[in-house]
Design a protein around this ligand. Sequence first.
Ligand code: GLN
Ligand code: ZN
Length: 766
Amino acid sequence: MAKGQVMTSVSGYPRIGYDREWKKALEQYWAGKLTLSELEAEMERIELLRLAKLKEEGIDFIPVNDFSWYDHVLDMTAMFGLIPERFGYEGGPITADLMFALARGTETAVACEMTKWFNTNYHYIVPEWEGKPPVLTENRPLASYRRAKEKLGIEGKPVLVGPYTYVRFIKGIPQGERRQVLDQFADVYGRILHELEAEGVSCVQLDEPAFVKPMTADDWQAAQAVYERLRLAAPGLTIWVQTYFDSVSGLDSFLQLPVDVYGLDFVHGEERNEAALRQTGIPSGKRVAFGIIDGRNIWRADLLAAATWLESIEPIVPRSHWIVQPSCSLLHVPLTAEREEALPGYVRGALAFADEKVAETVRLAAHLSEPTAESAALLEASAADVLAWREEPARKRPHVVEAVERLIRDAEADGGRRAPYEQRRAAQRRRWPELPLLPTTTIGSLPQTAEIRKARLRFRKGEWSAGAYESFLRQEIERWVRIQEEIGIDVLVHGEFERTDMVEYFGEKLDGFVFTKFGWVQSYGSRCVKPPILYGDVAFREAMTVAETAYAQSLTKRPVKGMLTGPVTILNWSFVRDDVPREQCAYQLAYALRQEIQELEQAGIGMIQVDEPAVKEGMPLKAEDAARYREWAVLAFLLATNGAVPETQIHTHMCYCDFSDMVETIRRMDADVISLETARSGGDMVDTLRKERYELGIGLGVYDIHSPRVPSVGEIERFIETALTVLPAESFWINPDCGLKTRNEPETVAALKHMVEATVSVRQAR
Ligand code: GLN
Ligand code: ZN
């Protein structure tokens, strides 16, 4: 029996192609190996292929204009002609080269900033405001719509970043002027929508994820005003406002926007969205796009549970007004799990990447529209599969679960800390009496030359024996121990030459992870990452870093710092199982690292760094969730490190973020020494530390490692002197901003020499 047609939609789809041909085309063009027209042809081929795929799968609302040659936010910026002065743009059409220039910089103009898109690992190019009003250089959504229609007969749904969100992310709008700028943009958006309507487009999707961020009454008023203008500009067009990544901050205001479809995330922040929806109800005649298939994770959905939940909403939104879809753009997951034949069957069967999610969406809607015995059986099978996966013995490691429970109980009893800092500090001073004031060190990785990468590859491919590879690594470690000694660095590192990636390295050595062959996700521009998959209980197998670290230590009298990646960072840079709370996974990782620390201690390593660069980026979008996250992130770090004896000096390192609201969290992590990046972290760390005392050991990055420029002795000296106006010299460390693996050897040696020279001169002046 038909119950009313339930429509399907996808709000965005990966652009990189099954073989990352998108990335390859871009890089070939940049390298001068493709002409512009060849690039254009290849881009169109990829764009149409994905549209054809969505059509073939039976998606009703197929997104167009979500495809991009680089970044969809940059596309909007180009469309509005918002080109910063330094790029010398004088009006007219925006060329591909100009767009690439904004993203990548030129000889004469620095690139626009790049920032993470909400709490994802996707980076967008930040629009800059220089006071020039926006124009419409080209109606890109219209052009995308036409391409899909002419080439494939698809009635696409143009997708744009919505006006409120776009303007909220423009950098440099003077205080108090944002509302006025928003007005200017409302005009241009109005024109775009008007032209779409005139073309016969029936539906346009405006992405407004900024609505899940904190919204004041004024913010909602501004949003309301914009949407009223859009409504007037295109009265007959179906306007669809899409939110994702969390619940809307103020659903009642959201539902007052004069639009036709309200897109909500019912995977992330679902409880809040659901409660608000039940309370507010939906204006009559309006449709809701239910983001019910997780667009952020890679696991198959329980479609029976999804259907049951939707049916419980029926009194509030009639079925004929339902649209079902993944919770956000599928940009954030890999394309297909079908090709992952090398994975164990039980993992592979549990995976749903973009294509599988599209199929799930269609399957769910088909059943909701017109249930048949067959559709019901499919839903039941999906529920059974999810259950079986949950119970899968290969995921279970009861000894880990028990040990972690015990650890947490103990931590609750004593706060999870080691001996008080003062005691540790005294013990550590006795252990390294020769360590000077303002000790110098580095963050861990040393230049990864082509030779090192080649060696690793040869070993992986089996061309080199373990013995040959190991002796190569040893040579490299020894060479660099000598270099560090010669430069005069006080605390050495082994250099991380054996690691391609700081998360992958540990994932491969722990139980509970698998790695895909083709599971790429766009990170920024043409750069893609292949996150490890944490699928089960995590267990320590055997020592992971002891051989290299102990070897380095055997070569020198100076302390060598062991180098581990922290639990929260491993978690945040992986795809994580969703059958247990995230914090449980973090605690299990912590437990494994705790065992590694013990191994290092037994091998005589006295300083151990546990890197946590990704703590801040895992921060939930809502304050109430963020507070809980901080709690468990701190606890995970403590569980990893609090087994160390007082004489062991625990270091940590953080980077890529604004630390101004992190000092308390950092303090609670209780590391003996933290090194922080300062050059690119936004906000001024020295300023922050002026306001907030910090008592534990701390090193602020004294020079920026992201640039090949070698800093002068003078500028490093000045930076150290400034830092010492807010931090006591007794607890201050000298280090670069971050790991050195992307730098070459000559510039690294030169910069580190300057760092040491500057330190010596500051020491002498004291
Ligand atoms: N120890 C790591 C390195 O030096 C830290 C990297 C990071 O902070 N992202 O490479
Ligand atoms: Zn770093």
